[in-house]
Design a protein around this ligand. Structure first.
Ligand code: SAM
Length: 337
């Protein structure tokens, strides 16, 4: 059994619980709100392979983080399923004592091919991003003409191999607010838990405007025209999505209101970029390099002390300060969504 020894607390009394591991900065989608093609086009310089942490390095770091409080691990990117052999990484993480939960966030387009291997390797659940049911709107939003059926096939396949699936939908005004009800109808009929995400000002390339944010309250009003929803209590402290259950008991709907109801005070997440930098906030400009330590003779103690020092100095609460402070922000595809 791994004993959490003296979990570091940051300057706002937040512990270290969740680790998001970006395994690649590449993606097979070009969603305008995340990786607009004008910026992430054919000439874009993605990370060279030798800069990526190896699976062994990711696992070595995870081993150091577990005694500091990390119990949940999520694989993301970029598109994590573009990283070859991802099921090997899942198996290696599943073998780390103290890792209680391994999840993936994916656009789902390659999920049907990988679901079985991932489930067998020890993946516990999957979150699939799906912003529209309408094929034309979906193809336009993903920027590469990908078909919604492939994502739906990925979801079915994951479920068939026993993986619980949640779906995340980013709603952007003028783009897909008309998809709020179709997504909810589909989720209710298939029993998938659906979460709507407010469009966020992550990175510097998506041209974010406040007017394009469809607030969680607005989404709820639209849902209320068709569904009877009952608020449900948070399942645990720090649950990011606020949930409503369908009154007839057929599933639930969540809302991630990072813009209109920030949840910085409960944020217990650490993000690891594919090239080995840790970020203590999704809206941070700079990470702290750990790859140098991992590739040196310095041992796990140095790594643990470095993370502890970074976490105990943490005071990020960007979403609560939005509009009051302006500073540069790293791209989400780089630091891990
Ligand atoms: N490629 C994977 C996927 O599509 O799920 C993982 C990475 S992606 C960056 C993770 C999540 O971030 C997706 O659900 C995506 O919709 C969301 N996302 C990206 N940019 C966003 C933005 N500006 N506002 C809100 N959510 C965003």
């Amino acid at each position: 059994m791994v004993v959490v020894m003296d979990m570091p607390m940051d300057l706002m009394g937040r512990g270290l619980r969740d680790l998001r591991i970006s395994v690649t900065d590449r993606c097979n989608f070009r969603c305008r709100y995340c990786m607009p093609v004008e910026v992430f086009g054919p000439g874009y310089a993605f990370m060279p392979r030798e800069e990526l942490l190896t699976f062994e390095e990711i696992v070595a770091l995870t081993r150091v983080l577990v005694p500091l409080g990390i119990g949940k691990v999520r694989l993301t990117g970029g598109e994590p399923l573009l990283r070859r052999g991802l099921d090997d990484l899942v198996a290696m993480l599943a073998a780390v004592e103290g890792v209680k939960d391994i999840a993936i966030t994916t656009n789902g387009v390659l999920l049907a091919h990988h679901a079985e291997a991932l489930a067998l390797a020890g993946l516990n659940r999957a979150t699939v991003s799906l912003d529209a049911m309408d094929p034309v709107i979906f193809a336009k939003m993903n920027g590469v003409g990908a078909k919604v059926e492939r994502v739906l096939a990925g979801i079915s396949s994951a479920q068939a191999f026993g993986l619980p699936v949640k779906v995340n939908a980013v709603i952007q005004r003028g783009v897909n607010e008309g998809e709020i009800l179709p997504l909810a109808r589909w989720a209710k009929s298939t029993g998938v838990d659906l979460r709507y995400i407010e469009y966020m000002d992550v990175g510097e390339t998506n041209g974010w405007k406040y007017d394009e944010v469809v607030s969680g309250d607005e989404i709820l009003e639209i849902l209320a025209t068709e569904f009877e929803l009952v608020p449900r209590q948070p399942a645990y402290r720090g649950e990011v999505a606020v949930h409503w259950s369908h009154a007839d008991g057929a599933g639930e709907i969540g809302m991630i209101r990072s813009v209109t109801k920030p949840f910085c005070k409960d944020c217990q997440r650490l993000r690891l970029s594919a090239d080995g930098k840790i970020f203590t906030c999704l809206f941070a400009a700079e990470g702290h390099d750990l790859r140098g330590i991992l590739r040196s003779e310095m041992g796990p103690e140095v790594l643990a002390e470095t993370v502890r020092a970074i976490w105990t100095a943490r005071s990020d609460r960007y979403s609560e300060e939005r509009g009051q402070v302006e500073r540069p922000r790293a791209e989400m595809s780089y630091l891990g969504g």
